[in-house]
Design a protein around this ligand. Structure first.
Ligand SMILES: *Cc1c(COP(=O)(O)O)cnc(C)c1O
Length: 540
């Protein structure tokens, strides 16, 4: 009975809306009144919920009518995991040909948006790429070449409109799905592909900001809490979207003080932030402890795994001690993971994930009043280059679980070697216990200036990253470091000898700049300097 009534009621509402919509048609004068009426109705929760469910049903039906291409059919199973064994390059390129067949040819002259090519007549990039490939033998094993072929084949395609190039839609859905399963998400976990770690973080932060605007409109000065080591992309988000990040200092193990973390939570807090691992020292934040706070205060929690998302799962599988950092931890509501870092895709690919579709909704943007048509977009970018999306898909499929695992194994061996050797150099120490393939080292001897050491190393061609508070040098380990690891240690030992106790060196070059910056109490002066610096270097 109730169901019948609901059914009838639903249709009544829908009819009502149809009447309103129809009355708007042609009657300019009524538009304003009708709009006010609709807005009022949407304020009544029961009506709005009903409206949402009707809307959902309509959209589902609509999507059902368009999902009929070959690529959609073969992607019918909604959840995809990373293949156990990396797929051969030849097979992937064959699959690419099939998937791409559903796309409008960018050079066909039949498209009137999305694609800007300087090509006259027919130019089949994909065919060229394929031919380029098939000329070669012994191709398998050359990861970058495969990634390039995919990049090249899709460089003119655009994921701005998900209907124009179904291949990109499929790639994106599969990349998100593979990443979610790698990070132990359940089947509620969903997300988006973005242009990089920063965009992933901006999107998650935007989602939390908009969630708070909707659910807690009384909060006018929203705040998030984060260890001081959180990546600056979060600060960028705070600056762009209007919230504040309260920073928690770290101890000698590079971990945030959890008492201070809890104290920082107040009535304005709208989300908690953490990293797995943080970039500076390669150390994973105490995610479980922070998640406990998230649960206790009913707050969402973002884990920035831009750096470690495609590394930690494998390091853990290899048997290293990795504290829980992903969706297995109850309370984690979103994560970011960069395909263009240890996922080994081409630059311009990252994934942002949410534990519910409800949360992801706050990330999306829609605008229906533009004369140019209905506009919707999931992330920051308008045009979304197809090349990096296709390249990311190829990278994940070609690497597979076994590929990532053996990559992680080699990288962890190089890292362990360097950590052990640097720790044994007098005057130097590795900061904390890094969890994966990156570390920072600092000076334990006042006569060893770490910035002078960096300058001396640079003269020998080594570009270590200068860090501060305390002064330290950062290294992220790549496969090609395996062949130079002994030489690096040798050069560090040599440069320690040549710089030790030389106070004049500490005042020169980058060491001088970094040393001076360290003594400036008000960092806003330094920030002004940085902005001036960028203005100066970006001109002809
Ligand atoms: C690299 C990185 C980011 C930012 O990613 P981009 O791709 O450079 O925008 C964010 N967080 C961490 C921990 C990172 O290592």
């Amino acid at each position: 009975m109730l169901i019948l009534w609901l059914y009838w009621f639903e249709h009544l509402i829908f009819t009502l809306f149809l009447v309103i919509v129809l009355s708007i048609w042609g009657k300019e004068g009524f538009r304003g009144v009708a709009k006010i009426f609709v807005q009022a109705v949407r304020k009544i929760p029961a009506f709005n919920n009903l409206l949402s469910s009707i809307l959902k049903k309509e959209v589902k039906n609509f999507v059902g009518t368009i999902k009929n291409t070959e690529s959609d059919k073969s992607a019918a199973q909604p959840k995809v995991s990373l293949p156990k064994k990396g797929i051969s390059h030849e097979e992937l390129l064959k699959e690419m040909t099939k998937i791409k067949a559903d796309d409008q040819d960018p050079s066909s002259g039949k498209l009137f948006a999305y694609v800007y090519t300087n090509e006259n007549g027919h130019f089949d990039i994909q065919k060229e790429a394929y031919e380029l490939f098939s000329e070669k033998t012994g191709y398998d094993g050359d990861h970058d070449k495969l990634v390039k072929e995919f990049y090249y084949a899709f460089m003119h395609e655009n994921a701005l409109n998900p209907m124009v190039f179904p291949s990109l839609r499929r790639f994106e859905n599969e990349i998100v799905s593979m990443t979610a399963s790698m990070l132990n998400g359940d089947d509620q976990v969903c997300g988006s592909l973005t242009s990089g770690g920063t965009e992933s973080i901006l999107m998650a932060m935007k989602a939390y900001r908009h969630r708070a605007l909707k659910l807690f409109p009384h909060i006018t000065n929203p705040e998030m809490v984060a260890p001081i080591t959180i990546h600056p992309a979060h600060e960028k988000a705070a600056s762009y979207f209007g919230f504040k990040i309260v920073h928690i200092p770290i101890d000698e193990n590079c971990l945030p003080n959890m008492e201070k973390y809890e104290e920082a939570i107040n009535a304005n807090t709208i989300a908690l932030l953490s990293s797995a691992p943080q970039y500076c020292h390669g150390v994973i934040d105490p995610i479980e402890d922070i998640a406990k706070l998230a649960n206790k205060y009913d707050l969402p929690l973002h884990v920035d795994a831009c750096f470690g998302g495609f590394m930690l799962p494998w390091v853990e599988k290899l048997g290293y001690n990795i504290p829980p950092f992903d969706f297995r931890v109850k309370g984690v509501t979103s994560m970011s993971a960069d395909v263009h870092k240890y996922g080994f895709g081409a630059k311009g690919a990252s994934v942002v994930l949410y534990n519910t579709a409800e949360l992801r909704k706050y990330q999306m943007f829609a605008y229906a009043e533009w004369p140019g048509g209905l506009f919707g977009s999931p992330s920051m970018a308008g045009t979304r280059p197809g090349g990096n999306i296709a390249a990311a898909w190829a990278a994940l499929k070609a690497m597979g679980q076994d590929g990532y695992l053996s990559m992680a194994k080699g990288l962890m061996e190089t890292t362990s070697y360097l950590i052990e050797k640097i720790n044994s150099i007098e005057g130097l120490t590795i900061m904390s216990k890094p969890h994966m393939t990156a570390f920072a080292f600092t000076s334990t001897d006042p006569s060893v200036c770490i910035y002078s050491l960096a300058d001396a190393l640079e003269e020998k061609g080594w570009k270590t990253e200068r860090q501060q508070n305390p002064p330290s040098l950062h290294c992220t380990i790549m496969p090609n470091h395996a062949q130079v690891k002994e030489k690096l240690v040798e050069d560090i030992e040599y440069c320690i000898k040549t710089t030790k106790g030389k106070k004049d060196l500490a005042k020169k070059g980058t060491a001088g700049v970094y040393g001076m910056v360290g003594t400036i109490p008000d960092k806003s002066i330094v920030e002004d300097f940085l902005i001036e610096f960028f203005c100066q270097i970006y001109k002809s």
